[in-house]
Write a protein that binds this ligand. Structure first.
Ligand code: HEC
Ligand code: HEC
Length: 321
């Protein structure tokens, strides 16, 4: 457990629910703030307006780019998640899935795409997978706004002091060397997740209007991420869950995080087409990539739920030859 992390009592859960609710309120207040009621009207030129629109797109994606958006041309996503459902505080929070470092990370080689990618390409990967949608045109106002917002976060990170850069999070996950136990995962879900995400895992809408998206996002089902998303990998999900969930009280053990991540990812969700084309070099697939084809003979089930260490060791030996 890192020095910065303070375990919190059960009372904090209620506070977290409240603060999540207040967070939504703050966003709504922001709409009516100095820039006036038309603040959501995108302005293509002028970096300030563009970055601010980008931040809103990341925070309120379901509402601004979802299927209930009034302008059909802006209906880009089929999920009802926000980018900020996973990239907390619209990516401005350090730690798991922060976007503060994104500007530094790109351009970079992507094994999944099989080539060099920049921030815009990476945004579109989350658009098509995490958000179960279609890519934003590179020259669209929305793409330019999101990308300029992420670049602003990079500048913000540069200006942050060392302590602000340090996430208050438990020690990073050390994955258990065994297959995930889905029954135990279900028990963890019932005890630690269902209060917010719903007994059926389908989340809790923010208001009676589905178009406004969720206060507590769905973990599976038609409004959640698809099977090609990074969160659909058990190790990626377990790392996030260990670091962040239950929100405001991230106190799961490695075993609990691993099993509940597997349980979530064993539930039904939207399916993405043409996943066999990912990773032109199949040897570059992460060991927990849940869909084939693979460059090894381990069973598909083991790629989904582990144990992962034998697969890691197999590839380490291949590389050493
Ligand atoms: C369901 C969870 C989820 C949602 C929703 C989501 N992402 Fe992601 N995002 C991820 C995961 C997982 C990664 C991969 C992190 C890794 O490689 O370790 C990622 C990576 C990224 C990266 C690369 C970060 C870096 O520094 O390398 C960017 C940029 C990004 N997402 C942007 C977005 C945007 C913009 C949206 C909304 C359109 C979005 N994401 C929605 C889960 C999500
Ligand atoms: C106190 C309420 C609360 C509890 C309890 C909670 N979560 Fe969450 N969770 C949230 C909120 C809120 C978000 C979205 C973050 C945001 O919008 O700021 C979220 C986001 C997520 C996401 C990414 C978005 C998505 O829909 O896939 C995953 C995965 C997740 N939680 C898993 C879990 C798991 C597993 C547990 C139980 C161990 C859990 N959560 C417990 C409130 C909670």
């Amino acid at each position: 457990m890192s020095a910065a992390f303070q375990p919190r009592g059960a009372g904090f859960i209620a506070a977290a629910v409240l603060s999540a609710a207040v967070g939504v309120g703050v966003v709504l207040v922001g709409m009516a703030s100095p820039s006036g009621p038309n603040a959501d009207v995108p302005v293509a030129d002028g970096p300030v307006a563009s970055e601010e629109y980008g931040r809103r797109l990341v925070a309120r994606t379901a509402e601004l780019l979802g299927q209930d958006q009034a302008d059909p041309a802006l209906r880009y996503i089929d999920s009802r998640l926000n980018c900020a459902s996973c990239h907390l505080s619209a990516g401005a929070e350090p730690g798991a899935l922060t976007l503060l470092l994104t500007d530094e990370h790109y351009p970079r080689f992507s094994g999944r795409a099989g080539g060099m990618t920049d921030i815009e390409d990476r945004i579109n990967e989350c658009m098509q997978r995490s958000m179960n949608g279609r890519p934003l045109p590179m020259d669209s106002v929305e793409m330019r706004a999101m990308a300029s917002y992420l670049r602003t976060l990079g500048a913000q990170y540069q200006a942050m002091g060392e302590s602000a850069r340090t996430a208050a999070a438990p020690a990073a996950l050390v994955p258990p060397d065994r297959a995930a136990d889905l029954e135990h995962g279900r028990a963890v879900f019932d005890a630690r997740c269902s209060t917010c995400h719903g007994a059926d895992g389908l989340g809790l809408l923010a208001t009676g209007d589905r178009g406004k998206g969720y206060l507590f996002p769905p973990l599976w089902g038609p409004d959640s991420y698809n099977n090609g998303a990074g969160m659909h990998r058990v190790l990626t999900a377990a790392r996030f869950v260990k670091a962040r969930m239950p929100l405001g009280d991230p106190t799961l053990t490695d075993d609990e995080a691993f099993d509940v991540a597997a349980f979530i990812n064993a539930q039904p969700r939207p399916q993405m087409a043409n996943l066999e084309e990912d990773y032109p070099d199949k040897r570059a697939k992460p060991v927990d990539n849940p869909y084939g084809p693979y460059a090894d003979d381990f069973p598909a089930e083991q790629h989904k739920f582990g144990p992962f260490r034998p697969i890691e060791e197999y590839y380490a030996a291949q590389r050493a030859r």
